[in-house]
Design a protein around this ligand. Structure first.
Ligand SMILES: CC(C)(COP(=O)(O)OP(=O)(O)OC[C@H]1O[C@@H](n2cnc3c(N)ncnc32)[C@H](O)[C@@H]1OP(=O)(O)O)[C@@H](O)C(=O)NCCC(=O)NCCS
Length: 148
């Protein structure tokens, strides 16, 4: 909760923070993966991925990094870990929504290979959400190699 409050302390995010109850639920849910950045015991960031049964589309529901640890590549590392997790669960696409007034996050997604494919008007009440997606690389597991 402390990380959530620190990472999303900007007033743009007021009223949109995840609650303690939500974190508790996601932590034990089979349709969620909470990935954390642990820097020598310090919780520096997290990414939350959600899955839907029967769907090959995974969703980044939230990603946040403590301001004290920003611009060191942590969010990109969390994003990559989230994509790997989703690929391992046979998902083909990662999707997410981002506030139209969040240039840092938009830059993160764009430079990580995400493409905008839609817009939700008023998704955050006061702001639109931009929808981004990225195809996930298939696992490089081709099975045993058979000698010619
Ligand atoms: C967005 C956020 C997660 C980025 O975390 P971070 O660990 O600082 O990001 P990284 O260091 O991995 O940066 C990866 C890339 O994202 C982009 N980026 C990150 N912060 C940026 C900023 N303030 N301005 C412009 N681009 C930014 C850059 O392209 C950066 O690559 P570069 O450093 O090589 O230029 C962090 O700023 C944050 O927690 N913001 C508040 C919560 C939030 O907006 N979450 C997203 C909700 S969808």
């Amino acid at each position: 909760m402390r990380l959530e409050q620190t990472a999303f302390r900007d007033r743009r995010f007021a009223g949109h923070l995840l609650s303690r109850a939500s974190f508790r639920r996601f932590l034990v849910s089979r349709s969620a993966a909470l990935i954390i950045a642990d820097l020598a015991g310090q919780l520096a960031g997290y990414a939350l991925v959600l899955y839907r049964s029967g769907s090959r589309v995974a969703r980044i529901y939230s990603i946040g990094v403590d301001p004290a640890f920003r611009r060191r590549g942590l969010a990109r590392t969390l994003l990559t870990a989230a994509e790997r997790h989703a690929a391992a669960r046979h998902c083909q696409t990662m999707r997410l929504e981002v506030r139209a007034d969040d240039p840092a996050a938009i830059a993160l997604y764009k430079t990580s290979g995400y493409q905008m494919f839609g817009r939700h008007a008023g998704y955050y009440g006061d702001r639109d959400a931009l929808r981004y997606e990225k195809p996930l690389a298939r696992k490089q597991n081709r099975g045993p190699r058979i000698a010619p």
